[in-house]
Ligand binder design. Structure first.
Ligand SMILES: [Ca+2]
Ligand SMILES: [Ca+2]
Ligand SMILES: [Ca+2]
Length: 588
C-alpha cells in the first residue's frame, strides 16, 4: 500500500508543471482558515485537551471558538481548490496557539492562528507536523505552491502588568524611559542602555511591572521567548505614533524586534520551516507593527534560506492593513522596510467602492496610477496580492454588495460579485481568492462574521445569512463546483493562467470616468507585445462607446463576455457591454 501510494505521488509529481520556475505573479492564490475549511479528523477537534470550551477552545456553535477544521481536511479538498483554478494555497497560521484568552466573559479561542505560543509546532487542533508535511507535499505533487502565514510581531497574550487589568494604556518612551523604573522620577535601572546596546538592557520593568502567570512561565517555544526582556512591555498600541510598532496588539505580547536575539531567533525559526518543508512563500501578519530594520534583515535571510533549499522565487508579502484607498501607505513598507510585496488593501477598497458602491471607475484608475510608488515601480505592483474579501474585511464581497445596494435583487448582487471577481482575475496583481467567496458567502460584519465554515456550520448567525447564487446555507457543506461563482472564477482563472499578458503584462488604463460606467484597460504580453483588452461596466445601464486600442490591434478573439470582432478604424474599437457586464478580448 505504502509503495503504491509513493508511486502514485511520484507519478503526480512527474506530471505536475515545474511550479518552482513560476514567478509570484503567475499564481492564483486561495486563502483559507484551516479551522473553518474541512474537518478531516474528528479526533483532534479538542486539540487533545479536556474540559469545557474555555479549556479546549472547541465550540462549533460559537463564531469565536474552534470548529474542528484541520490540515487533513485541507488535504482532502485539494481537488476542489485546484478545480477553482488556484495554483497556490495560503493557509492561515498553523502554529500552536494559546487555546483561549481574553478577560472573563469575553474569552475567545485561537482558531485563527494568530496567538502563537509554540512557533515550532503545528497546533494540535489542526493536526501534527507530519500532517503539515503531508499537506505541503500533496500541494506540491499537484504543481501548486504553499504559502505559510507567519507572525513576527507578537506572541500569545501571556505577559501581564501588575498596574492594570485587561486594557493597559500605552506608556511612551518619553514618559517611561528605559533607564528609570516606572517613570522619569523612578529608580535608575538599565544603566547606559540607549535603545541599541542591548547587552545593557537587563530589567523589563521600565514602563510597567512585568509578570507572567506561574503556569505559563514556560509555555512558549523556542524557549528564549519565555524571557520578558525580549518584549516591549509598554501596554496596548493605539496604532498611532511610537505605539504602532512598540505597543501590544490588544494585549498580545509585542516582541522587542529591535533586539538582536529576537531578530536571530525569528530568522532561525522561520528558516527552519522553509528548510524542513520547502514552503514557497510567507504572508507576514501585522508587518507594519514591526520596526523596518527587522524586515531589512529578515527578508534577505528568508530569501537566502529559500535559495539554499532550491526555491528561487520565494514570495514574501506583508499585511499592511488600512481601511481606505491609500497606496502611498502600503508602498512605504516596500520602500523603507524592503518587504518584497504587500497585500493590496487599496485594491480591496477601490473594488468595493466601485463595484459594490457607486463610486466612479476613476477610483481604480487613481489606484493603478500610484503603482510606480512601490519599490521596483509598476513592475513590482504585478506581485501585489490583490483581493476583494479577507478574514478581517467587513464580510465577504457578497455581504458588502448587499449592504451597499439594499434594493438589489439576488441576480444583481451575483452580477456585481462576478464583475468584481473578473477585475480580480484579470487586472494586475496576484489574485487572492478568500475561501467562501466562490460559494456566495455574505457575512454580517468584520472578522469573526467573515470566517464562515465551508463544512456544515453550527453557528446560528452564519446559517441565517442567505448566500448569493444558491438556495444553500452554511448549515450544509458548500464545496459545490457548480455554484455560478465557482464556475465563473474557474473560467476566468484558466483564461488568466494561459495568457502571459494577464499574469506578467504591463497595464495601461484606456478609459475611466467619475461615475459608474466603463473601465477599460489594456495589458501587454511582455514577449509578443500582443494586446489584451479588458472591459468592465460598473453601471446598471448598458455601455456603448468607442475605446482606444493599439493601431496594430485589428481583430479580437473573445475570451470572456462579448468582444468586437474587429477594430472600427485603426486604433479604435466600438464597445458594447450589458449592465454589470465585462469582456476579455485578445487582440491579433
Ligand atoms: Ca478536526
Ligand atoms: Ca500581554
Ligand atoms: Ca510591534
Amino acid at each position: 500500500m505504502i509503495a503504491l501510494a509513493a508511486l502514485a505521488l511520484a507519478a503526480a509529481a512527474a506530471a505536475a508543471p515545474d511550479y518552482r520556475a513560476r514567478l509570484p505573479e503567475d499564481e492564483i492564490i486561495y486563502f483559507l482558515l484551516p479551522d473553518r475549511f474541512e474537518n478531516g479528523d474528528r479526533s483532534n477537534d479538542r486539540g487533545g485537551l479536556s474540559g469545557d470550551r474555555l479549556k479546549t477552545g472547541y465550540d462549533p456553535t460559537s463564531k469565536g471558538f474552534f470548529h474542528g477544521g484541520d490540515l487533513k481536511g485541507v488535504a482532502q479538498r485539494l481537488d476542489y481548490i485546484q478545480g477553482l483554478g488556484a495554483t497556490a494555497v495560503w493557509v492561515a497560521p498553523v502554529f500552536e496557539n494559546k487555546p483561549v484568552q481574553g478577560p472573563p466573559g469575553q474569552e475567545s479561542a485561537g482558531y485563527h492562528g494568530y496567538w502563537i505560543t509554540d512557533f515550532t509546532r503545528v497546533d494540535s487542533h489542526f493536526g501534527t507536523n507530519a500532517d503539515f508535511k503531508a499537506l505541503v507535499d500533496a500541494v506540491h505533487a499537484r504543481g501548486m505552491k504553499f504559502y505559510m502565514d507567519i507572525v513576527v510581531n507578537h506572541t500569545a497574550d501571556v505577559i501581564r502588568f501588575t498596574e492594570c487589568r485587561g486594557s493597559c494604556p500605552y506608556r511612551s518612551i518619553a514618559d517611561y524611559p528605559y533607564q528609570r523604573r516606572g517613570g522619569v522620577s523612578g529608580a535608575p535601572i538599565n544603566p547606559g542602555f540607549d535603545g541599541t546596546n542591548f547587552e545593557r538592557l537587563k530589567d523589563p520593568n521600565y514602563a510597567y511591572s512585568v509578570t507572567v502567570p506561574a503556569d505559563e512561565k514556560d509555555i512558549k517555544r523556542p524557549a528564549w521567548l519565555n524571557d520578558p526582556i525580549y518584549y516591549h512591555n509598554r501596554g496596548d498600541s493605539t496604532f498611532r505614533g511610537e505605539s504602532s510598532t512598540m505597543g501590544d496588539f490588544v494585549g498580545l505580547d509585542d516582541l522587542f524586534t529591535e533586539h538582536p536575539r529576537v531578530v536571530s531567533g525569528m530568522i532561525d525559526t522561520y528558516c527552519g520551516w522553509i528548510t524542513k518543508y520547502g514552503v514557497d512563500g510567507f504572508r507576514i501578519d501585522t508587518a507594519q507593527h514591526v520596526n523596518p530594520e527587522l524586515w531589512q534583515k529578515f527578508v534577505p535571510a528568508m530569501q537566502a534560506c529559500a535559495r539554499k533549499k532550491g526555491i528561487p522565487h520565494f514570495h514574501i508579502f506583508g499585511e499592511v492593513a488600512m481601511d481606505d484607498v491609500d497606496p502611498a501607505h502600503t508602498a512605504v513598507n516596500t520602500r523603507v522596510d524592503k518587504l518584497p510585496s504587500v497585500l493590496d488593501f487599496g485594491f480591496l477598497w477601490a473594488v468595493r467602492d466601485v463595484v459594490a458602491g457607486d463610486h466612479g471607475t476613476d477610483e481604480l484608475a487613481k489606484l493603478f496610477r500610484s503603482d510606480p510608488l512601490y519599490e521596483g515601480g509598476a513592475w513590482a505592483a504585478l506581485e501585489l496580492p490583490t483581493f476583494v474579501s479577507n478574514h478581517d474585511s467587513p464580510g465577504h464581497l457578497a455581504g458588502a454588495i448587499r449592504r451597499a445596494q439594499p434594493k438589489a435583487d439576488d441576480g444583481e448582487v451575483l452580477k456585481r460579485d462576478m464583475l468584481a471577481h473578473a477585475m480580480l482575475l484579470t487586472l494586475r496583481g496576484v489574485p487572492t481568492i478568500y475561501f467562501g467567496d466562490e460559494q456566495g458567502f455574505g457575512g454580517k460584519g468584520g472578522d469573526q462574521d467573515a470566517r464562515q465554515d465551508m463544512f456544515a456550520s453550527a453557528v446560528a448567525t452564519y446559517n441565517e445569512d442567505p448566500l448569493v447564487g444558491t438556495s444553500a446555507t452554511t448549515a450544509q457543506a458548500n464545496f459545490n463546483p457548480t455554484h455560478p461563482l465557482y464556475r465563473e472564477i474557474a473560467a476566468l482563472a484558466r483564461i488568466r493562467t494561459s495568457h502571459r499578458a494577464l499574469t506578467r503584462g504591463r497595464q495601461l488604463i484606456r478609459y475611466a470616468q467619475d461615475k459608474p460606467g466603463l473601465f477599460a484597460v489594456s495589458r501587454f504580453d511582455p514577449a509578443t507585445k500582443r494586446e489584451m483588452l479588458l472591459l468592465f461596466n460598473t453601471s446598471s445601464n448598458p455601455v456603448s462607446q468607442n475605446v482606444l486600442v493599439e493601431t496594430r490591434s485589428a481583430r479580437f478573439d473573445t475570451l470572456a463576455g462579448a468582444c468586437p470582432a474587429a477594430a472600427a478604424a485603426p486604433g479604435s474599437v466600438a464597445v458594447e457591454l450589458p449592465a454589470f457586464g465585462y469582456a476579455v478580448c485578445d487582440a491579433r
